[in-house]
Design a protein around this ligand. Structure first.
Ligand code: IPE
Ligand code: IPE
Ligand code: MG
Length: 251
């Protein structure tokens, strides 16, 4: 194994989350309609999914459409939904070949029926795969997710199946859409924006954040490797001191 490969194998983030941003600006800078940026963005998704799976990343979560994105012009929303449905239908065979398990988080009931059904199919067909879990965040908003969890917790307390004192961080996490997924280790956002935009607010508590000026359609395998090697150079302290981390003890 080369040094570069063994380094990657050593400290690979288990879960990478990506805010795929900058499709519109990519298109605008080429005097193209925004949808062309989204189309090119789908090609990037294909490459990054395949590369992450080849590298041995266990969980990849992609922010594809936010709860707030419904307020965009109707034509853009409609084109995005069509693109999404086509992507899902086309990618299932490749997911099967790569042993990828497909998952979705967000508000399913907001999606057009045909899109929701395509997502259900992809989930069902890939459910026995044991490689990387690919999660698409669609019609996803983290505050909505936290509210939804709080409502269900309150209902369980009211009906007596849960006691307030039994609510732990772990149990709370199990009420979120991301139940079953570990928290992201690395968050990547493209296009130069340095904000979270209502993505995984609870789950990103201790993620390493990586921002790049590259627009999503120009993001590629090489840029992914740059983000991972940046992650590998960081010391994650989780509130401890550097000495404690290096000696491997919390005392
Ligand atoms: C990200 O690119 C894709 C979605 C939010 C659906 P944008 O469409 O936000 O591109 P910019 O930020 O306008 O350049
Ligand atoms: C965040 O991007 C959502 C997705 C990438 C799907 P936006 O482009 O919607 O975020 P803001 O509006 O710039 O914060
Ligand atoms: Mg944007």
């Amino acid at each position: 194994m080369s040094n570069a490969v063994s380094r990657v194998a050593l400290k690979l983030p288990r879960h990478i989350a990506i805010i795929m941003d900058g499709n519109g600006r990519w298109a605008k800078s080429r005097l193209l309609p925004r949808i062309m940026g989204h189309r090119k963005g789908v090609e990037t998704v294909r490459d990054i999914v395949e590369e992450s799976s080849n590298l041995g990343i266990r969980f990849l979560t992609l922010f594809a459409f936010s709860a707030e994105n419904w307020s965009r012009p109707k034509t853009e929303v409609r084109s995005l939904m069509t693109l999404l449905k086509k992507y899902i239908r086309m990618e299932v065979p490749r997911m099967m070949r790569n042993n990828i398990r497909f998952n979705v988080i967000g508000s399913r009931s907001d999606l057009p029926d045909d899109v929701a059904f395509a997502l259900d199919d992809a989930r069902r067909i890939t459910s026995e795969n044991s490689g990387m879990t690919l999660t698409l965040a669609l019609s996803y908003g983290s505050r909505q997710e936290l509210l939804d969890a709080s409502r269900r917790i309150a209902a369980d307390i009211a009906e007596g199946s849960l006691k307030p004192e039994d609510l732990t961080e772990e149990l709370f996490s199990s009420y979120l859409y991301t139940t079953g997924l570990p928290d992201p280790d690395l968050l990547i956002r493209t296009s130069g924006e340095m904000r979270i935009s209502n993505f995984l607010l609870w789950q990103l508590a201790y993620a390493e954040l990586y921002f790049t000026d590259i627009n999503w359609p120009d993001f590629n395998r090489n840029e992914l490797m740059k983000a991972i090697s940046d992650f590998q150079s960081r010391e994650r302290r989780f509130g401890l001191t550097s000495d404690q981390i290096r000696s491997g003890s919390a005392n």
